[in-house]
Design a protein around this ligand. Structure first.
Ligand code: C5P
Length: 422
């Protein structure tokens, strides 16, 4: 990505640019993940102030986190060094005043219990209690053994912490350092990062139910062959992530691609265009926005053979006949919900030339209020793209950027249109 012309050189970039995060570590083996998390936050443009409990220092050293964060680490309420630029020996006050959030990762079962009771006998808990509730949110990434996590006391504490305004970032499931398998692991740093970025995103699609199609479809000729389209699915997955970040409930109906499901998004895997239509038809009854990014095959073999079609040695080619696939977008755009304005439909068009004319013609043919054009060969498989938004009033280009950046801009455009309409 290139630096925008109107930005000062050296302006921090990244999804957390300008955010100041106090990263608190309580005691637990997941402290080793906090080092990577600290680095990931900084890579996304945040500044990070690390605060550790005495127990956390048993698992990882302050030196490591100082090196990664580029700031001295605070571990004691009796530390009299200036904090947050103020020299009054009150680190618990000064460190939280400049924070955009306090993130406790890992948060042990004991530390959760402590927070719940408002105890304040170490710097980190003292700081959480002393933080301005209205302006400094508390994010918690629990980490503990599965039995500790499942214990009614922990579950009760978690519910009460949420009721008190804290955001629990969830736990992962799987093999634990203790040798047991189950829920309670701290989420991986990339997962936490995705959740933190989503936390800070304005919720312009709150209350919306978004249905997205993505990837290609695969139309089988026989058990080992088929026809498909070129599509990595990256744009659709980015759209699903951006819609979730913006506060929507998101269902992603994906053709055969090997991409990671965005956090918080419900994924339904399908193969053929017919499977895709079946998957969206019912879900469109409750969706309020439908975004069709999938590269649906226009045709499918008229019949799919149960056994592999063999060369018979005569040099004779098999004759294939095709049937047209349903147009999923056009079908949904004609539905009663779309016609009544309850379902806002957005299409994509991959063209090779005359983008604006072709996109506008396609928009009218499909009957959608907004169509997003892009040049196919310039986007397939890439992480960046250029989009052309085409609606009844004309067109507008979204300049080259990462697909995620463009997806976020598109979500903003859709939210703006819904607001004006409604
Ligand atoms: O007609 P074309 O494939 O170029 O149209 C592209 C748009 O229509 C995309 O939004 C695509 O997801 C959608 N589409 C569809 N079902 C089809 C063909 C295209 O939903 N059978």
């Amino acid at each position: 990505m290139t630096q925008q012309a109107n930005e000062e050189p050296g302006t921090p970039r990244g999804d957390l640019a300008g955010k100041h995060i106090v990263l608190g570590l309580s005691g637990g083996i997941a402290c080793y993940k906090a080092a990577e998390l600290c680095r990931a936050l900084i890579k996304q443009g945040a500044t990070v102030q690390v605060v550790m409990t005495e127990a956390a220092e048993q698992f990882i050293t302050a030196v490591t986190l100082q090196a990664l964060s580029g700031r001295p680490v605070f571990t004691s309420q009796w530390d009299s060094r200036p904090a947050g630029g103020i020299d009054n020996s009150m680190a618990h006050i000064n460190l939280s005043r400049e924070a955009d959030a306090i993130l406790i990762a890992p948060c042990s079962a004991d530390f959760m219990a402590k927070l719940l009771h408002g105890r304040a006998d170490d710097l980190l808990s003292l700081m959480c209690l002393a933080r301005p509730l209205a302006t400094v949110p508390l994010l918690i990434a629990p980490a503990m053994n599965r039995e500790m996590w499942a214990h009614p006391a922990t579950q009760r504490n978690m519910a009460q912490l949420q009721a008190d305004g804290a955001t629990i970032l969830g736990v992962g499931s799987g093999f634990q350092a203790c040798g047991e398998t189950g829920d309670g692991r701290m989420l991986e740093p990339p997962e936490l990062l995705e959740d933190i970025i989503a936390f800070f995103t304005p919720k312009v699609l709150a209350g919306q139910n978004v249905l997205v199609t993505a990837g290609p479809t695969y139309e089988a000729m026989d058990p080992v062959r088929g026809i498909t389209n070129l599509s990595s699915g990256k744009m659709g997955f980015a759209v699903a992530r951006a819609a979730h970040e913006a506060g929507a409930e998101v269902t992603l109906v994906a053709g055969p691609v090997s991409l990671q499901t965005p956090r918080g998004v419900t994924r339904v895997d399908v193969k053929s265009a017919q499977n895709m239509l079946e998957a969206v038809t019912g879900r469109a009854q409750t969706a309020t926005i439908f975004i069709a990014t999938a590269a649906v095959a226009d045709w499918r073999p008229a019949s799919s053979q149960e056994r592999k079609i063999k060369k018979d040695g005569t040099g004779q080619m098999p004759t294939l006949t095709f049937t047209e696939n349903p147009d999923i977008l056009a079908t949904l755009a004609q539905s009663a919900r779309a016609q009544s304005g309850a379902l806002f439909c957005v299409g994509f068009a991959a063209e090779s030339h005359d983008l604006e004319d072709n996109a506008q013609a396609k928009r009218l043919r499909k009957g959608v209020p907004l169509l997003v054009g892009n040049i196919g060969p310039a986007t397939f498989g890439r992480d960046d793209n250029v989009l052309l938004l085409v609606d009844a009033h004309g067109s507008r280009e979204l300049a080259r950027a990462s697909k995620l950046t463009l997806a976020r801009q598109l979500v903003g455009e859709i939210a703006g249109r819904l607001k004006r309409a409604g």
